[in-house]
Design a protein around this ligand. Structure first.
Ligand code: MSP
Length: 506
């Protein structure tokens, strides 16, 4: 039976344009979605934009726009980002869409019917930038622990009985060790919950840019309750018989940045428990990027637009670098120098060189016809990477380990080519031996191309095209010998795949 797999990115705030931090989350999810599709799963991959709340309203006022106009413009930029980065999302949800509004209100009603919501008034600190409430004791020098400004808020508010879920949450974390990753973040969440949970204010009355609370239109829903509901809205909730809801809920993975883990690993499961819905299987928090050592910030004006990287370095090069540079889960620093290094050493000089040397030798010495050989002769790939291992890395969200193995495989194949020196075999007239070497190299390249597909889909296809691999034989199932390259196949003329990046001198 085909396994269903539902993966989500956070939905992005529309007060700003996308930068590489946003591209990072989306590319990571895209790699997972593509990996799962190539493994034969039926995938639903959701992304979108988070458009309500005080933060958006305030930014719109500052920009002299209506919140809706700002949301429309910036949601468009995030939508463009999916195209730019070749993100294979199946849906793009906007929280201003009627399907979402209806779903969020239904979720509210479900929680209310369960007796988990009550009316009171909120008095305390709020950070508009974080869209979060803070206790007095959490403040550091009068600011939120994140460094964001806080303001004093006093207003009538509905509350969610979060405190009643403390034990249930702890029991869930204990019974499901992979619910939160990585391990260090899981421990942080557990100690936060053990520290005690207070009831959560889930409606606001001092501004209006939000989803009206059912039956209390003076209140708008707290933007995090509104936003988290997107994961259900896109499946057709509240229709629990909707085919997508039946197939894809609970989600397999909510990918988030470390800054928003608490909302996903504490509030969200508690909301779902209150509504009687199953909990997602996993929430993974990745680290944050800095740029040349500095925090990405509007005031520093150092945000890198993903489009600039793609234009200068190439799409697949950018995707590869983002996931390659730092162990997923840790913070990373973007340095242009490192990006050039990685592109040149791993893509141009390693994988690219391997493909280029092998295919041009087949083109020149074998008239472009794949020579005779057998996978059995192939000494490469023994310590390379196999599907089970790759799958484990993917399940654990260990992109660096996955890509390390691919690079090691390509290095081994390059060592093999040097050692076997097919050009020397040609000179000695040992054409059959030369053919065997080239065949086994071509077969290794076929495997490498399939393994890199989730990370670099265009380059993978370009390589597989050059090996004349049929379109319907490019998934993990086709790694096996049964689908190995067929000697005698006419190959198209070779084309360079990963050009060396040369700094322009002005
Ligand atoms: N709207 C909320 C999420 C709601 S999900 C129900 C939000 N939006 S955001 O636009 O501020 O951030 C979206 C994602 O981008 C978050 O996962 C965040 O961690 C990530 N990043 C934003 N800046 C980043 C870096 N500098 N580095 C890495 N990821 C970063 O939060």
């Amino acid at each position: 039976m085909t396994k269903n797999y539902y993966i989500t990115t956070p939905i992005y705030y529309v007060n700003d344009r996308p930068h590489i931090g946003h591209a990072y989350t989306s590319v990571a999810c895209d790699v997972l979605a593509r990996f799962k599709r190539l493994s034969g799963c039926n995938v639903k991959f959701l992304t979108g934009t988070d458009e309500h709340g005080q933060k958006i309203e305030k930014s719109a006022v500052l920009a002299g726009m209506t919140p809706q106009a700002m949301a429309d413009a910036n949601s468009g930029h995030f939508h463009d980002l999916t195209k730019l980065m070749n993100i294979s999302n199946d849906d793009f949800i906007r929280t201003t869409e009627p399907r979402h509004i209806a779903s969020a209100q239904a979720l509210w009603k479900k929680m209310e019917q369960g007796g988990h919501i009550y009316l009171d008034s909120y008095k305390g600190w709020y950070s508009v930038r974080d869209e979060a409430y803070y206790q007095e004791s959490e403040l550091v020098d009068g600011k939120a622990p994140t460094g964001a400004e806080v303001e004093w808020v006093e207003e009538p508010s509905y509350f969610f009985k979060l405190s009643a879920f403390q034990d249930k949450l702890l029991a869930h974390y204990a019974a499901n060790p992979s619910f939160i990753g990585p391990e260090s973040r899981r421990n942080e969440v557990i100690s936060f919950v053990k520290g005690g949970l207070k009831d959560l204010s889930i409606s606001r009355t001092t501004f209006s840019w939000g989803i009206p609370v059912p039956g209390a239109p003076k209140h708008v829903m707290y933007v995090w309750l509104d936003a988290l509901a997107n994961y259900l809205s896109a499946l057709g909730y509240p229709d629990e018989n909707a085919s997508d809801f039946k197939a894809f809920w609970p989600a397999d993975l909510h990918m988030v940045g470390k800054d928003i883990l608490r909302f996903h690993a504490v509030y969200w499961p508690a909301f779902l428990m209150a509504a009687g819905l199953p909990l997602p299987k996993r929430i993974f928090a990745h680290g944050w990027w800095t740029i040349e050592g500095e925090k990405i910030s509007k005031s520093l004006g150092n945000a890198i637009a993903p489009a600039d990287l793609v234009t200068e370095f190439g799409l697949d090069q950018t995707r590869w670098f983002l996931l390659r540079e730092v162990p997923f889960g840790s913070d990373g620093n973007f340095s242009r120098e490192r990006m050039v290094q990685v592109i040149n050493s791993e893509l141009a000089n390693n994988i690219g060189n391997l493909v280029q040397r092998t295919l041009s030798m087949i083109n020149k010495n074998c008239n472009g016809i794949l020579p005779n050989g057998s996978v059995k002769d192939s000494p490469v790939g023994i310590t390379g990477i196999n599907f089970e291992e790759a799958q484990l890395f993917i399940e654990n969200n260990e992109f660096d380990k996955y890509t390390n193995r691919v690079i090691k495989y390509a290095s081994e194949a390059n060592e093999y080519i040097d050692k076997q020196a097919p050009w020397a075999l040609k000179k000695l007239g040992k054409l059959e031996e030369m053919g065997k070497v080239l065949y086994s190299l071509a077969e290794s390249i076929r495997k490498i191309a399939i393994f890199i597909h989730p990370f670099m889909p265009e380059s993978s296809s370009k390589i597989l095209d050059q090996l004349a691999v049929p379109f319907d034989q490019r998934s993990f199932h086709h790694l096996s010998e049964t689908f190995s390259l067929i000697p005698g196949t006419v190959l198209p003329p070779p084309q360079p795949v990963f050009p060396r990046f040369i700094e322009k001198t002005t």
